[in-house]
Design a protein around this ligand. Structure first.
Ligand SMILES: Cc1cc2nc3c(=O)[nH]c(=O)nc-3n(C[C@H](O)[C@H](O)[C@H](O)COP(=O)(O)OP(=O)(O)OC[C@H]3O[C@@H](n4cnc5c(N)ncnc54)[C@H](O)[C@@H]3O)c2cc1C
Length: 387
């Protein structure tokens, strides 16, 4: 087994580290967290110059079609600097590019993918509804009705990350309500400026500089050709397209553990109590040791999932475990990190409170750790524990 990276991969990592140090300093990220609901346009453009948006676009449409491992090398550094920025970029890379590249028609690919490569388009994915996110098959009520040359959409979506700034919503609707739920869904490309769409802000404690909002579709008309993939097959197509998402979400947890560990490590060496640094207290060293163990574990399994994905091997089990280990590790690291900072752990002036707030989001989004654990045991051959 070779756990090392190639020279090119080490260079990519270093270049991204340099970029993040310059463009995502702690002070700037804190400013964004307090002042904006999405990364500013100038920052988006800088990520475009770095090549973030063409990363997973196929080469024939102007992209770099990089491997999942290379993509994760770049993503890890962004995740460490800001979960919100990673999320903001991830929605376009993960939802926009993948849905268009895998389900789009030739003309949709030719029109949209080159624009994504130039950083000119933003996407979001509108799946979750007020009726629930875990039991998604049961909850989707938003319907798309076929009428002559168009589809007419009605319904409500909730928690849709980046919809307030997106150019397009990848929207999952019920098209065939008489079929069984898994054969009743279809995916649509909905322009954000279509008539009948309204957006509602959802104030939340986590990922402040990447809002998630509610969307209301009220007789929204879109052209017939805006269906992505096959009518009624949306559930299965979506699962395939979204598989790699779990690797990216696990990397957000890895980034948070690394950020919390590094900050707490430095703090413990500088902060004085009882005549010396608090780093000499064994109980605090144990907190740091557990963070370090979780960092190594979560990083290894996340890269293993990416490597399996690149090598055409099944990776759902590893990616699901990676998501759970990284999400739980991030929550542990940020709680213990806050304890190491004492009172400063909850002060806005210090970043640990942001790490902690952001870590909480990973517990249930995009899939809850409870449901992930259900799936892990189902992969192990246990009977399915939910209907
Ligand atoms: C900030 C944020 C951003 C998001 N971004 C997006 C987005 O961009 N696009 C999108 O479509 N969605 C998005 N979501 C939605 C997210 O995917 C859902 O919140 C998630 O799937 C959980 O759904 P829920 O919140 O409705 O909780 P529920 O489904 O109501 O779950 C509530 C609790 O019940 C537990 N539970 C449910 N069923 C079971 C079971 N069978 N076994 C054990 N426990 C169970 C859950 O684990 C959880 O603890 C986002 C959510 C948030 C909060």
């Amino acid at each position: 087994m070779d756990f090392g990276f190639t020279r090119e991969q080490e260079m990519l990592k270093k270049e991204t580290q340099r970029f993040c140090k310059k463009e995502l300093s702690l002070d700037y990220v804190q400013w964004m967290d307090e002042n904006v609901d999405f990364p500013p346009d100038e920052l988006w453009q800088k990520f475009n110059d770095l090549g973030a948006f063409r990363m997973n676009v196929p080469t024939e449409y102007g992209g770099d079609s990089v491997s999942m491992v290379d993509g994760m090398l770049l993503y890890e550094e962004i995740c460490k600097a800001s979960t919100s920025v990673a999320l903001a970029i991830g929605t376009t890379i993960g939802f926009g590019t993948r849905f268009i590249a895998e389900l789009g028609s030739t003309s949709q690919k030719e029109e949209l993918l080159p624009k994504i490569c130039e950083g000119k388009l933003r996407f979001c994915m509108a799946l979750t509804e007020p009726g629930g996110g875990t039991d998604i098959l049961g909850a989707v009520q938003t319907c798309a009705e076929e009428k002559e040359d168009r589809w007419v959409l009605n319904g409500e979506k909730v928690f849709i990350t980046g919809a307030h700034v997106a150019d397009y919503f990848i929207t999952i609707c019920r098209t065939d309500p008489d079929n069984k739920p898994s054969k009743s869904l279809s995916t649509f490309l909905v322009p954000a400026n279509a008539k009948g769409i309204s957006i509602t802000r959802i104030p939340k404690i986590s990922c402040h500089h990447c809002d998630s909002v509610g969307i209301s579709f009220n007789n929204v008309e879109i052209p017939k050709e805006n269906i992505l993939g096959t009518r009624g097959n949306g559930w299965f197509e979506m699962l395939t397209v979204l598989n790699p998402e779990r690797i990216g979400v696990a990397m957000m947890g890895v980034g948070l553990i690394a950020a919390a560990y590094e900050y707490a490590f430095d703090y413990a060496r500088k902060r004085q109590a009882f005549g010396g640094p608090i780093s000499r207290f064994q109980s605090l060293q144990h907190y740091l040791a557990d963070m370090y163990i979780n960092l190594e574990n979560s990083r290894n399994i996340t890269y293993k999932s990416a490597w399996l994905c690149d090598n055409g091997q099944p990776y759902h089990m590893e990616a699901t475990m990676a998501k759970v280990i990284a999400a739980d590790g991030a929550l542990h690291a940020t709680i213990k990190g806050a304890e190491i900072l004492g009172g400063y752990g909850i002060c806005n002036e210090y970043p640990m409170q942001r790490f902690l707030r952001d870590a909480f989001q990973l517990q249930f989004s995009p899939i809850s750790n409870e449901m992930s654990r259900n799936m892990i045991m189902q992969f192990q051959g246990f009977p399915k524990s939910w209907p």
